[in-house]
Write a protein that binds this ligand. Structure first.
Ligand SMILES: *Cc1c(COP(=O)(O)O)cnc(C)c1O
Length: 347
């Protein structure tokens, strides 16, 4: 959005921004995150101890795992889930413990079904709503249950809220920190990448538990020195804006979603209409595996679909469609897939 670029260029022109940022991020950005939490979720945060600037939430998630676990410790991960969780656990010499997200349960964890021996070795649980790749969303009661479960089993929770503002059809996503006592065991990751179209800028944050944030700050202060001050200041402008640009984008995603949903129907494929994220999680046609179907469509139509198995074993039987390109481009992809179905030639 142009108002964010405007602030970036203004700040980039000021010599005082061409120095190292404080390790934890600049004051203006951390205060903007705290005011965003107050306005959006009615959650109070101390900007000095409960907010930390990240070079994108991916960086923070990977480093938090390093900060929290010792070699051999378990980390509970959603399956299907964002692949970085598993790689970060691997890089920290931890042990990935997948828990299933089932369609029948609305892709919400069935906490009671997580085996005791998995819980005994686990230190941390990752959650992500609105969910990548399934598009699933939750109400606050899921987080209430998660916090209680974590406290009963001596776990920390890291909630990845990368799509917190990418929501439609009247849905507003809750924050983990709205649960009373969540700060005792949990942190929440936020990102400006998706909601403000700032993917390449590398700016995000983590909020919540002080001790977890302090540990992450120690790891980070030995690996980076936070983000360019001009980017943090432009990020503060984004977070304290009136979200007109966010709402405009959400309308666009919603239109694209309706377009692709009706095209999928014509193709004889099923997908659920979601209330968050810009992904559609569609079932592959009978007789195909996820990878087999993705390869078939790539070869016959030159269209890339992400096989569900890229997100874990439980992704088998699904493909993920991203709505991050304009409708004209989606139309082209759909036309080619329809052509492929008719057995027509592809170029
Ligand atoms: C895109 C994405 C991220 C990473 O976002 P950045 O802030 O750009 O690093 C994290 N989690 C999920 C689920 C994502 O889809």
């Amino acid at each position: 959005p142009s108002f964010i670029i405007k602030r970036l260029t203004e700040e980039a022109n000021k010599p005082e921004n061409h120095k190292y940022s404080p390790y934890g991020g600049c004051q203006e950005f951390r205060e903007a995150v705290a005011s965003f939490y107050q306005k959006n979720y009615q959650v109070d945060l101390n900007p000095d101890t409960e907010v930390l600037t990240l070079i994108g939430s991916k960086e923070g998630i990977a480093h938090l795992i390093h900060a929290v676990i010792n070699p051999g410790d378990g980390v509970l991960l959603p399956d299907p889930g964002y692949p970085v969780y598993q790689s970060a656990v691997h890089l920290a010499h931890g042990h990935s413990v997948p828990f299933p997200l089932n369609e029948t349960k609305g892709y919400v964890p069935d906490f009671e079904k997580i085996p005791v021996h998995d819980l005994e070795r686990a230190k941390l649980m990752l959650l992500n709503y609105p969910n990548n790749p399934t598009g699933a969303t939750v109400e606050l009661d899921t987080f209430i249950e998660a916090v209680e479960f974590a406290k009963n089993n001596q776990l920390c929770i890291a909630h990845d809220a990368a799509y917190d503002l990418v929501t439609f059809r009247g849905y507003e996503s809750p924050s983990l920190l709205q649960v009373p006592g969540a700060k005792e065991i949990g942190v929440e990751f936020g990102s400006l990448s998706k909601s403000f179209n700032m993917t390449g800028w590398r700016i995000g944050y983590v909020v919540g538990n002080k001790e977890l944030i302090r540990s992450l700050t120690i790891v980070k202060s030995n690996t980076d020195t936070s983000q360019f001050l001009a980017i943090q200041k432009a990020g503060a402008t984004a977070l304290t804006s009136d979200f007109t640009s966010v709402n405009q984008n959400n309308e666009i995603y919603q239109k694209r979603m309706e377009f692709v949903l009706s095209a999928l129907q014509e193709l004889g494929m099923e997908a659920e209409r979601t209330k968050g994220t810009f992904f559609l999680w569609a079932k592959v046609p009978a007789g195909y595996t996820s990878q087999g179907f993705a390869e078939f469509v790539l070869e016959k139509a030159g269209v890339i679909l992400t096989p569900g198995t890229a997100f874990g074993q439980r992704g088998e039987g699904y493909i993920r469609i991203s709505l991050s390109v304009p409708t004209t481009r989606l139309n082209e992809a759909v036309d080619r897939m329809k052509n492929m179905k008719r057995g027509g030639a592809t170029s």
